[in-house]
Design a protein around this ligand. Structure first.
Ligand code: KG4
Length: 338
């Protein structure tokens, strides 16, 4: 009999459902919430309400596209955290309710584990997957971590941000440039036309493998403040160069700690994941970095960089095979590490 897992993701502002059969992805539906755009950030209460509206049609469409009847499901995997509590409660409660009605187990999934395991989402049985142990650079709006992945169940954080995440650095600097939220994709687009060496921003000097991005943000703000004193049109005149220089600095910070990490933990495979791994500059830099270090690069297809249920379903599939099920009284959690 096949193992068929329905995955549900609702940790932030994307409602997503996916079906995985024997480790192969059959469907992955994502409803993104446009309602937050005019607020310059995700509004938690609006996110929860949108999840409530989206969850039934999204799950139905995932099942329909997969050609799977809900009676055929083996288990339901859901993102338990970290994320916005109200949003998580929608997916968690829905998963439990559906599982009770079908008399099948639920599986709780750590959202960060799911991002790390997104490289195991296969469309075809012959698709390749990373080799353990591998290193994963997890870069999103909420996290910047270097993780050693020993197995699907054993992950070790060897470096993390002590303040802002890489995505926050993109978004906060983009905001002061007057760009819409989230600013990361706008910086990415503008950077392709700019000079990455035009402006110099400060880089952190913190020990070990940890990251810090708040100093870069401050240095970016001071550059703008000083320039605007003499040239009120400074931002408008320098948009692409500011974007390219900011992106270049973020990439340099990321790669510096990655090469240190590789010295301490030599691995043959390196993966990236999280929203910022959609960035074209980051993707090109990682491919180049891995080629220079003669290691294999795992760069996720863009649909699997942001929040999606395919990665939740595959993380759930690994736990299903271990019979690692969730009890029905398991609460959602807003904060957690790996
Ligand atoms: O993983 P994710 O979807 O969820 C959160 O952790 O919130 O990551 C969202 C982050 C945002 O900061 C967004 O600006 C950033 O990923 N991002 C990008 C790009 N696409 C998304 N940053 C830079 N370049 C991109 N192309």
């Amino acid at each position: 009999m096949s193992d068929i897992i329905l995955g549900i993701e609702s940790s932030c502002d994307d409602t997503s459902a996916a079906v995985v059969k024997d480790g192969i992805l059959l469907s992955n539906i994502i409803a993104s919430q446009k309602v937050h755009e005019s607020y310059g950030g995700v509004v938690p209460e609006l996110a929860s309400r949108a999840h409530i509206q989206n969850i039934v049609p999204v799950v139905n469409e995932a099942l329909r596209q997969a050609g799977i009847d809900r009676q055929d499901l083996s288990a339901i995997a859901f993102t338990r955290g970290p994320g916005l509590l109200g949003s998580l409660l929608v997916g968690t409660s829905f998963a439990k309710g559906l599982a009770i009605s079908l008399d099948i187990p639920t599986i709780d999934v750590n959202h960060l584990h799911a991002h790390v395991l997104s490289h195991f989402v296969r469309q075809l049985p012959e698709d390749e997957v990373p080799e353990f142990p591998y290193m994963c650079l997890l870069i999103s709006g909420g996290n910047s971590q270097i993780i050693l992945v020993h197995s699907p169940y054993d992950m070790e954080i060897i470096g993390r941000t002590i303040d802002d995440a890489a995505g926050e650095a993109f978004d906060k600097c983009a905001k002061v440039m007057g760009l819409p939220y989230p600013g990361g994709p706008h910086i990415d687009r503008l950077a392709t036309e700019g000079d990455p060496l035009k402006f110099k921003f400060s880089k952190p000097h913190i020990p070990d493998l940890d990251y810090s991005f708040s100093g870069l943000k401050t240095s970016f703000l001071y550059t703008l403040r000083d320039a605007l004193k003499t040239d009120p049109d400074f931002i408008a005149e320098n948009m692409p160069d500011l974007a390219a220089s900011l992106q270049h600095t973020i990439i340099e910070i990321l790669l510096h700690k990655l090469s240190l990490a590789l010295e301490h933990h030599p691995v043959r495979h390196l993966a990236i994941g999280g929203g910022v791994s959609a960035n074209s500059g980051v993707r090109a830099a990682i491919a180049d970095f891995c080629a220079r270090h003669k290691i294999r690069a795992w760069i996720p297809p863009r649909p699997f960089t942001t929040d999606n249920a395919a990665m939740v379903a595959i993380a759930g599939y690994f736990k299903y095979r271990q019979k690692d099920f969730a009890s029905l009284d398991l609460p959602a959690y807003s904060r957690v590490t790996i």
